[in-house]
Design a binder for this molecule. Structure first.
Ligand code: ATM
Length: 226
């Protein structure tokens, strides 16, 4: 079994028939979930095969780790990053890789950029260590496109507060941390220019989605001409 998984992962995805791996990133309250949903609906509508997933989570092991992380009050950052990458490996091997091989658009709410920002920048886990774990678990695999939603910190905070439910530790963060996370994702967009697009997420859901769809049409014209 271990061998099958290893071999499966070692197979590089043939570029001529693989699907597309699209990730959404950004701080809390920027509207990621809504845009993930709108994009999935639009792609399904034009006849593409679509699967929506999230991190931490996705696969069976990943969802259990998500639950564990949510229920744990305080966790050592190294322990946390190990669990996140264990979840990511499971997600990749069992779900993302097979779906991409089957030609799906896999839309993922957060991926390893979130680890760089939350564990790296915020919790000071060394970026070198994070990248070693990345290499060990998913190798050179990268999203085809990462949409980073960028929003004024005060607006994000207001949105999170208006949800009333404090979902996890990050919902209780202060202004300074929100600002750090926002800058972290801006930095990610500079570092990974080859795969990221930073979108100003201020305005109506419809307006933001039309910006995303324009990017899609430009990048995947032959698949989205509908
Ligand atoms: P969502 O509520 O957006 O699904 O994210 C769950 C939290 O997990 C998120 N909290 N906030 N804001 C950020 C956190 N997270 C990490 O800390 N590292 C990671 O690698 C991922 C994927 C998520």
């Amino acid at each position: 079994m271990a061998n099958t998984l290893k071999n499966q992962w070692e197979l590089r995805m043939p570029s001529n028939f693989r699907g597309k791996f699209i990730t959404f990133e950004g701080g809390e309250g920027v509207g990621k979930s809504t845009q993930v949903k709108l994009l999935a609906e639009k792609l399904s509508y034009i006849g593409q095969k679509v699967h929506v997933t999230r991190e931490p989570g996705g696969g069976e092991v990943g969802e259990k780790i998500r639950d564990l992380l949510k229920k744990t009050k305080e966790i050592d950052p190294i322990c946390e990053i190990l669990l996140l990458f264990a979840a990511r490996r499971d997600h990749f091997v069992k779900l993302i890789f097979p779906l991409l091989n089957d030609g799906y658009f896999v839309i993922c709410d957060r991926f390893y950029d979130s680890s760089l920002v939350y564990q790296g920048l915020l919790k000071k886990v060394s970026v070198e260590d994070i990248m070693k774990l990345k290499q060990m678990t998913i190798g050179d695999f990268e999203p085809d496109l990462t949409i980073i939603l960028d929003l004024d910190t005060d607006i994000s905070i207001r949105r999170v507060k208006s949800r009333h439910i404090l979902d996890d530790e990050y919902d209780e963060m202060g202004h300074q941390q929100y600002q750090m996370i926002r800058s972290g994702f801006q930095k990610i967009s500079e570092i990974f220019q080859f795969r990221t697009v930073l979108i100003n997420a201020e305005g109506s859901e419809k307006k933001i989605f039309s910006k995303i769809w324009k990017i899609f049409q430009k990048k995947y014209g032959e698949l989205t001409n509908n």
